[in-house]
Design a binder for this molecule. Structure first.
Ligand SMILES: [Zn+2]
Ligand SMILES: [Zn+2]
Length: 439
């Protein structure tokens, strides 16, 4: 094996990058910026309103590091955060005026260093160098991507090794092609084999057009469905699924899709379930009585035709799963005179509703991870978040607010609980959630 280095190029690049960063840090210290802060500030200035997840993705830094860095920048009055008006878990980041002024200084320092690097280059050299670097990045990107996939596969292999259900046959007791959203996460994370029965009649358990208040009832139905399916088709392991649509439990003005999934282990009598509430739903209806009604705006709003519609006259369903404009128009003109009044409803069946399918997929990933998480005390699977507890104190008056402090992880069999702080970057609650300051 040849033990001499072909070229010191990469070593030289390493040194170059290190030197440039040292020069940056020295300059930015005079603006009283701490190590690495300039990178966050420039990204936030260039993408005002960026959220934490996107910021950590852009900088290729993990979320915990980003959260800590952002917290520090807020304390130094370099950035401010604003809560998303719809999804309260998301915070948007903005530069303060102080930072906007700093930004131009940072950029001119970067330009100065760039010019130093290019001293003695003619314009053709600059272009050539740029395209060579781009080419090299593209070459290494393939290896980088391969490595990332390998790491991801190793993680799922480890999870599968932990899994009680590796190579076991699991029945998905559900209709409407939900396997498209559920199969992959379960096979990858749990390592089981998912099987689907054609036409498993879930209607016998009633359908839910329903209110979120009925989640408890939905849970009982899920259990019943799984038990019945396990007996009927002779499976030891079954997954059942339900969705409920309606006003969001916390933000009543917004519609939401609540999905629930349950994994039933008949051998050990374990029920492991999880749910996901999302406002990413097109749930809506539209009623009209004029033959020339222009319903285009409604169609756009509900993402037709990628999301299908149901046509109704009163309570009579005239057609389901409509997913092209010509058919829709035809059905309207055929029926509007006959009934006088027609109604479109969004078709919420999973295979007709990609938004819903996406939420089920997110939930399936969540449940699969829970199925391979074992209780540290009794080793029963299904260890996961069951509730939230504690209260954040109000930033203004110090009284407890409605904002929960901890996630509680609980065992499905024994009394073991682990608590985790919901958001370590927030120490106090915004007074708008305080009953005393904002009754
Ligand atoms: Zn208060
Ligand atoms: Zn336990």
């Amino acid at each position: 094996m040849d033990s001499s280095l072909i070229s010191t190029l990469l070593r030289d690049l390493d040194n170059l990058v290190w030197e440039i960063h040292t020069i940056y840090e020295a300059s930015f210290r005079t603006f009283s910026l701490q190590k690495g802060q300039f990178a966050y500030l420039t990204r936030i200035c260039e993408n005002e309103g960026i959220n934490l997840a996107d910021l950590s993705f852009q900088l290729k830094v993990d979320k915990t590091t980003t959260t800590k860095a952002v917290q520090k920048l807020i304390l130094s009055d370099l950035i401010r955060k604003e809560q998303d008006t719809i999804d309260k878990r998301i915070w948007h980041l903005f530069p303060t005026d102080k930072t906007r002024q700093l930004y131009s200084q940072i950029i001119s320092e970067k330009n100065r260093v760039l010019e130093l690097c290019f001293a003695g280059f003619n314009s053709k050299d600059r272009v050539t160098f740029g395209s060579l670097v781009t080419k090299m990045s593209a070459n290494i990107a393939k290896e980088w991507e391969k490595l990332r996939i390998e790491i991801k596969n190793n993680v799922s292999k480890n999870a599968q090794n932990m899994s009680l259900y590796r190579d076991k046959k699991v029945l998905l007791a559900s209709m409407h092609q939900k396997e498209l959203a559920i199969k992959e996460p379960f096979e990858e994370i749990v390592g089981c084999k998912l099987e689907v029965i054609d036409n498993f009649n879930t209607d016998q358990f009633g359908t839910f057009s329903g209110e979120v208040e009925r989640v408890l009832t939905v849970y009982e139905t899920l259990k019943k469905k799984a038990v019945v399916a396990a007996e009927q088709y002779n499976y030891d392991y079954v997954i059942s699924s339900e969705g409920a649509f309606g006003p969001h439990p916390n933000y009543l003005l917004a519609n939401s899709d609540t999905e629930m999934l349950l994994f039933y282990d008949r051998v050990n009598d374990y029920f492991i379930s999880d749910y996901e509430i999302s406002m990413e739903t097109n749930l809506a209806d539209y009623e009209f009585d004029q033959p020339d009604d222009d319903y285009s705006k409604f169609l756009e709003k509900v993402m037709f035709p990628s999301h299908a519609l149901i046509l109704k006259a009163g309570n009579t369903v005239l057609a389901k799963g409509i997913n092209d404009r010509a058919t829709l128009d035809q059905l309207v003109s055929e029926n509007i005179h006959k009934y006088g009044k027609l109604k479109f409803e969004t078709d919420m069946r999973a295979m007709h509703n990609p938004s819903r399918m996406k939420i089920i997929n997110i939930l399936a990933n969540k449940l699969a991870k829970r199925v391979v998480a074992h209780c540290k005390k009794c080793d029963v699977p299904g260890f996961g978040i069951t509730s939230y507890s504690g209260y954040l104190l109000c930033e203004l008056c110090g009284l407890p607010t409605k904002i929960k402090k901890y996630r509680d992880y609980k065992c499905i069999k024994c009394d073991h609980i682990e608590k985790e702080i919901v958001d370590s970057s927030i120490q106090f609650a915004d007074p708008k959630y305080c009953d005393f300051c904002n009754p």
